[in-house]
Each structure stands twice: as C-alpha cells, then as structure tokens.
Design a protein around this ligand. Sequence first.
Ligand SMILES: Cc1cc2nc3c(=O)[nH]c(=O)nc-3n(C[C@H](O)[C@H](O)[C@H](O)COP(=O)(O)OP(=O)(O)OC[C@H]3O[C@@H](n4cnc5c(N)ncnc54)[C@H](O)[C@@H]3O)c2cc1C
Length: 492
Amino acid sequence: MMKVVIAGGGTAGWLTACGLATRLGGLLDITLVESDAIGTIGVGEATIPPMRNFHQIMNIDEQAFMRATQATFKLGIVFENWGNIGDSYIHSFGEIGQRSWMAEFHEFWLEARSQGFGGSLEDYCLELKAAKAGKFATNVQKTKLNYAFHLDATRYAKFLRQISEDAGVRRVEGKISEVRTHPETGDIKALLLEDGQLLEGDLFIDCTGFRALLIGDALNVGYEDWSHWLTSDSAIAVQTEATEPPPPYTRSIAHASGWQWRIPLQSRVGNGIVYSSRFLSDDEAKHTLTSNLTGEMLTEPRLLKFATGRRLQAWSKNCISLGLSSGFLEPLESTSIHMVMTGIFRLIRLFPFGQDRDSLARRFNDETRVEMESVRDFIILHYKQTNRTDSDFWNACRTMDIPDSLAHRIELFKKNAYVWSDDTNLFRIASWVQVMMGQGLEPLEYHGAGKLMSTQALQQSLSEIKNSIDKTVQQLPTHQDFIEHYCAMPPG
Ligand SMILES: Cc1cc2nc3c(=O)[nH]c(=O)nc-3n(C[C@H](O)[C@H](O)[C@H](O)COP(=O)(O)OP(=O)(O)OC[C@H]3O[C@@H](n4cnc5c(N)ncnc54)[C@H](O)[C@@H]3O)c2cc1C
C-alpha cells in the first residue's frame, strides 16, 4: 500500500486526512503527525457554501457537525464602511433576481431604475433579505437558501480527527525535528521526530501551516509575494461572550487602517482585526479592536503575522502543500478553508498511483494558481474600489496598481455593466455585482435587453420577484429559533 504521511493537524491536516481516508482509504496507509506543543492557528471560523458539498461527499452529517462545532448559519457578509464611511452593503450567497441568457438581472434592474422604478437591487435577493431580517431555515417549501457556516476551528479539527481515526488514519503526536530527503532525487524520504521516531512515506502532505516545514524549509520552493496588492500582514484575534442572538451573517467593519471581523457562534463571538504594519502598529491595532468589541473578552488577544501570496509550486517532488503552507489570502471573503477543500478534491483526482508524477504535479499546480489568482482579484477589488480618502491606508489602496485581470473586469463593469464567471471562478456573477455596486461602482451603460420589454412588463416581472421573496422571508423562522431545533449544542 502507498504510504502517505500528513505533517500537521490543523484544519488543513485533518481535512486532508478525512478526505483521503474516506475516499481512497482502501488504497492508502495514512499517518498524521501533529505537535500538541506547537498547536494550531486556531482561527478560520467563517466559511462559504461549497463546504456543504465537501461534507456531503465525505458523508458528514450536517446536524452532527453543527452541534460539535458550535456552528451557526451564514448567508453572507455585511461590509460596513468599505466604499465610504457610514456605508453598508451585503455580499450574500444568493442569486439576484432572474437572469436571461442574454443579459443579467442587474441590467434589467438598471433599465427599471432609469425609468424611475425598481427600488433597491437588494430587494431581489432572498438570502440577502433573510440575512437582514435575521431569519433562516435550510429550506422553506420548495425554496432552498444557499448557506455556509460559522464554526469553532478547534472543535472542527477534533471532529474531523474522530472521523479520520475511525476511517483508519494513524495519529502520531510529536515534533518534527528534521525532514530527510533522498540525496539524488531530492524526494522526501522520512520525517524524524524529536523523540527519535522516523516516519517514512511515499507521499508527504505539508499541512504545517505558515511554517511550511516540508515544501518551504526542506524543498526550498519559493513564494510569490502579493503584498503590493494586499498590504495586510498582521491580525489580532480574540473571542468574546455573545450578547445577542447570532445573526446569520459575518460582519466586516472597515477602520481607518484595516478591518475587523465579527463571527457569531452559538455561544460566543470570534473577533479580529486585520491590518498592515506599514500603516498601523500592533498596539494601535489592539486598541482599535478592543475598543470596538461587545461582550466580555474570553481569551487574551492573540497576534498573528502572515505573508500574502502563494507557493510557486503547491506540489513539488513527492510533497503536496495544502492550507497555510501553500499560500495565504487574508480572510476577507472566508476562502482559505474552501481552498484546502478544493486542493483535496484536486489531489484525489490527480493522485499519483502510477509512475508518472511530474505531469500530474504540473496540472495540480496550474489549477491551484488559477484558483488563487481569481480569489486574489476578488479580494483586491474590495480595497481598490473605495471612495475613502480619510487615511494613508485607504489612499494607498484606492490609488494602487492592480492586476490586469481585475482592471479588465472593472472596466467591463464600469463601461457596460458586464460581469462574467466561468468554471475557474469561485465567485459568481451575483458576488461580483454585489461587491462592485456595494462599493459604489456605477455602470455608465448596460445591455439593451431591458428596453425590449414594455414598462408594464418590466414593472410586473420585478414586483413578482420582490413579492415572492418578501413572502418567503416572512414565513422563515428566526435564525436563533431554527438553530435551537436543528443543531443546538448539548447543555454544558
Ligand atoms: C487571522 C486569520 C483569520 C482567518 N480566518 C479564516 C476564515 O474566517 N475562514 C477561512 O476559511 N480561513 C481563515 N483563515 C485561514 C485558516 O485559519 C487556515 O486556512 C486553516 O486554519 C488551516 O490552517 P493549517 O491547518 O494550514 O495551519 P495550522 O492550523 O497552523 O496547523 C499547522 C499544524 O502543523 C503542526 N506543526 C507545525 N510545525 C510542526 C512540527 N515541527 N512538528 C509537528 N507538527 C507541526 C501544528 O502543530 C499544527 O497541527 C484565517 C487565517 C488567519 C491568519
């Protein structure tokens, strides 16, 4: 049997163990090594909807997962103060209105607005309206909401560990002190632990987090730095008591030099501030964070440093990096855990069962790069598309050069209201529209399809969509009530 050694037992390590053991377990002998002394990063609590797909494929029961991780539901992210101070918009997980093959819904809405009706674009998105009303259900009559979760990262790793061990993964506790490589091929041969144990393997998965012990330290694979576009390199995280029922959304609140997250779990709230040390000191950041908390602090504020960018080859020789060791994009759109999951699917599809490894690795690396670049562009958009002029930080963001791929997208939208998405794009058309318009990017012109409809027909079709959404939201229970009957944690 092929021997696979997973180095690291954070979210990435245990997700990988779970994925490989439940899908390819019969073909592999899997060992995971983690160090209790080092621990895990302990953040990573907001997710996006494709996580449900991963769970389904891994046969993970949603209610059991939610109870075990204190999870709540997430319908999107509320962005406050991003376009201008005082502004607020929601990037929800829903579709907006109904599209035609010729033009997107927002283009029909732009036509309605030019004729003086149609209200707000927000009125046409079920998930957005449900989020605003604090309502939720997994499905109402025939309507299914598109949702993700807020979860406790430490509990999630434990939950995945249980599933993985039940599926045959061997866990070793200990600190890796040396990565042994083959003198001729350069492949990794074994991991030597401090207590003298030697873990030999055919394939190694580097899930050692920012340390990147295998792919970085041992194999010397370089890192492409993206900090000229995404300047944040620091975060401070702290947990607080919950002071209100959890809303079904994450909050992202922009400050003068960075932004703050609020992630509501069943019985506590995860908070943090993300900032660039070029514009804000650690002490100032801590002060901004702690003066904008509601609820007593349950933990000491914890400082984390990171480098934004990607590993030049996520797969090199017989080592595949997943999670923080393979690159990092700040958590603005909660994409890191998702990219671990797509990395696991990719590895399973391209698993090196035969003699050829290099062409599989090349495909793996190409797909990983394209995915990361498209997420990178979406995150940069939030910083670039701002009218804020109140600080050096926002002035630098507003005036920075951006990747051509993003500049082209912005130009297409600004001049034509045109947005596209394809299989290589994680973010859907509705996501781009919500963020671009939410941050004040107004199209100058748009597709003529709406003009082909009579005013009365356009009016009627918009009000039918809006009325049906309002009716559905009215019927939904509150998020809190739904959690209580669906997945409340056992007492204590
Ligand atoms: C501020 C911040 C906020 C974030 N928020 C989100 C979010 O909301 N949503 C999201 O999707 N993602 C988020 N992320 C990313 C998310 O936290 C990570 O993608 C996820 O936790 C995976 O981390 P990891 O398993 O790669 O690393 P880690 O959790 O750091 O795990 C590394 C593992 O390697 C082990 N290890 C390291 N060195 C050794 C050694 N020498 N010997 C033995 N074992 C070793 C450690 O013990 C640990 O088990 C955030 C990240 C940061 C920095």
